[in-house]
Design a protein around this ligand. Structure first.
Ligand code: OXD
Ligand code: MN
Length: 634
């Protein structure tokens, strides 16, 4: 990634003439960290327009008419291809620039005044320095384009936990995606008008169509810039994103706002912004439970969010697949909402066997990005069906056949190709998903992909023990790395790329919230669906069968089972896990739950090594947990 300060070779026209303009910041009333109301929004929009020089400014209302017009424009520009109206009604395929296909963690910055407030796990930049760099790249960056003003609410509009944002973007793809992923348009603007606080979020693809000298250049289907900045100012609650049109880099309500900025807001206001799915389990006898779960990428989060229970007594309904905001309620329980309104899910691996519910969700009104196109105008990706079609146009727009794939190993869909779809379309969406009050949590799961060592399920003894589980989540990076501790990545609370402040302070904040909740805090547990046997095959069937693990944990919560103590925590006692109808040998079950003290001493060393980077900021309670683990291991 190039830095924008050495942009002598910058091909983007227009920066030099106007680089002296400072980066605007919205007006805040004295004592307020966030701007409020429509006046401040109007002024900020005018200042951003003055810096970026768009041809036109459009305030988005979120209507279907507006969406249809933008979709037509995106088709005319070649960004969208309309899919076959019979096979996939009102759906589109976008192909991104091949160099703009994922979140860019190396260009994701936390700009806190004090470097220690960003902490050792974030890329820190000095805020003043970053503002100067951004002023330079944003100057004239929207020339020849339309600037869209996108008011949006994270959470049901007006709900007690909801928060408003305003994204300013020069990408119509972002506008139509934000309409799916958030509550976007008039209702959110009405909140701003009523005087609500709002988070400023500015985005430019970084490819102006007119140079300083007035020279014009043609647009491309997926404009972007090699120079990228995904910048966060947690103290000012501002987001500035430049150079990418893709996913979490550009849909600023998601990772940038609902996790990085929201985690800083949550720290200051006494709540939690988390990278978790959210589901409701309803028992045949009518009892209902709510479960949130944090997993790093590629651990089956969307599959668990849309679980079809192998145990007929449980019915699962979906509340969210990626982010939850958790607030201690007046009743002393922890209440959860999903701040998003859609799913931005990874397509490959989503299929009839692994996630039939997701496949049913995607039958109409979907934006697909970087999947393959079938000859009859539909879409395909690896894992959608067991056998690929005979011919496809791949995500790069080139011919693809199973033979080509066999020879070159080239996938038809990019591994990070995505679907963007409204949550309301999910056939098992919970009837209360749009209720701003949220749901009270009974259980929080932490998990990763671990071929060895980590048992199928371990319940924490108490909240502090659970925070230790969260702080030490780890996941193997690749199939080749599985089984080797050296190649695994620690991803605390699955928040490594998403925590907007010092991770050690974040651990401390979790401890403080638990202390406030006391006895009414949800149960915490660690799970691992990915343990392997000596022959290298998975010991646990996963998917629908994961309901058996949830069933045991919820019976533990209810006091129907007691579990048995292991050095790690509480595991199912003999016969407690409901395994009827499952072809699982006694040996495999024992292996799934086995705790090897020597291997766990090595694990404890690896956790300690990870914790060292946090120095004195690491909460004492976590050091104590590590010491207690070693003592129990003997
Ligand atoms: C996501 C991610 O896109 O975690 O949800 O990267
Ligand atoms: Mn995610």
């Amino acid at each position: 990634m190039r830095s924008a300060l050495d942009l002598q070779d910058r091909t983007t026209p227009g920066a030099e003439a106007s680089h002296q303009k400072p980066l605007p910041t919205p007006h805040r009333k004295p004592g307020h960290t966030l701007p409020r109301g429509l006046g401040a929004a109007r002024d900020f929009v005018a200042e951003v327009a003055d810096l970026t020089e768009p041809d036109a400014v459009v305030w988005c209302d979120g209507s279907e008419v507006e969406r249809d017009r933008l979709n037509e424009e995106l088709c005319a520009a070649g960004t969208f291809v309309r899919l076959d109206p019979q096979l996939r009604p009102s759906s589109f395929l976008a192909r991104s620039d091949p160099k703009d296909v994922a979140r860019v963690e190396a260009a994701t910055f936390i700009c806190a005044e004090d470097e220690a407030d960003a902490g050792p796990t974030n890329n820190w930049r000095d805020p003043a320095q970053m503002r100067a760099e951004l002023a330079h790249v944003f100057a004239g960056s929207m020339r020849g384009r339309t600037m869209y003003v996108v008011p949006f609410s994270m959470g049901p509009v007006g709900g007690p936990t909801a928060k408003v944002g305003i994204e300013i973007t020069d990408s119509p793809y972002v506008v139509v995606s934000m309409r799916i992923m958030t509550r976007m348009g008039e209702a959110a603007l009405a909140q701003v008008e009523a005087g609500d606080e709002w988070v400023p979020a500015v985005h430019s693809v970084g490819m102006p169509l007119v140079g300083d000298d007035g020279s014009e250049r043609a647009d491309v289907p997926w404009p972007c810039n090699e120079t990228k900045y995904i910048s966060h100012f947690p103290q000012d609650r501002e987001i500035w994103s430049y150079g990418s049109g893709y996913g979490g880099n550009a849909l600023l309500g998601k990772k940038c706002y609902a996790l990085r900025i929201a985690s800083a807001l949550a720290r200051d206001e006494g709540w939690l912004a988390e990278h978790m799915l959210l589901i409701r389990l309803t028992h045949a006898d009518g009892r209902r439970f709510h479960v949130a779960a944090a997993f790093p990428s590629a651990c089956g989060k969307t599959n668990l969010a849309m679980l079809r229970s192998a145990l007929p007594e449980w019915t699962v309904t979906t509340l969210g697949d990626d982010i939850v905001w958790l607030r201690p309620g007046e009743d002393g329980r922890l209440w959860a909402i999903n701040p998003e309104a859609g799913f931005f899910g990874v397509a490959p691996g989503t299929g009839v066997r692994t996630n039939p519910t997701a496949v049913e969700t995607l039958t109409h009104d979907v934006i697909f990005t970087n999947v393959a196109r079938t000859d009859d105008g539909d879409v395909w990706w690896e894992g959608l069906t067991p056998e690929p079609p005979d011919h496809l146009v791949d995500w790069l727009g080139e011919d693809w056949t199973p033979q080509v794939a066999a020879e070159t190993g080239r996938p038809a869909a990019h591994p990070n190709s995505r679907f963007t779809v409204s949550a309301a379309q999910c056939p098992i969406i919970d009837p209360d998903w749009d209720d701003g009050a949220g749901v009270p949590l009974d259980l929080i799961l932490f998990g990763g992909r671990r071929a060895t060592n980590v048992p199928l399920v371990t319940a924490a003894r108490d909240w502090e023990h659970g925070v230790f589980f969260g702080a030490s989540i780890s996941s193997e990076r690749t199939a080749a790395a599985e089984g080797t501790i050296g190649d695994m990545r620690r991803d605390p609370f699955a928040m490594l790329p998403f925590c907007g402040y010092n991770m050690a302070d974040y651990f401390g904040h979790w401890l403080a919230v638990g202390a406030q909740l006391g006895a009414r805090a949800p149960q915490i547990a660690a799970v691992n669906w990915f343990r392997k046997g000596a022959d290298g095959s998975f010991l646990w069937p996963g998917f629908a069968e994961n309901a058996r693990v949830l069933d045991w944990l919820l019976r533990l919560v209810e006091g129907e089972v007691t579990g048995k103590q292991t050095p790690l925590g509480l595991a199912p006692a003999d016969g407690e896990l409901h395994l009827h109808g499952l072809d699982l040998s006694a040996e495999d079950l024992a292996e799934l739950e086995r705790v090897d003290p020597a291997a766990w001493h090595a694990e404890a060393d690896s956790i300690e090594e990870y914790f060292v980077q946090f120095g004195d900021r690491l909460p004492e309670a976590l050091r104590d947990q590590l010491a207690a683990l070693r003592e129990r291991l003997g």
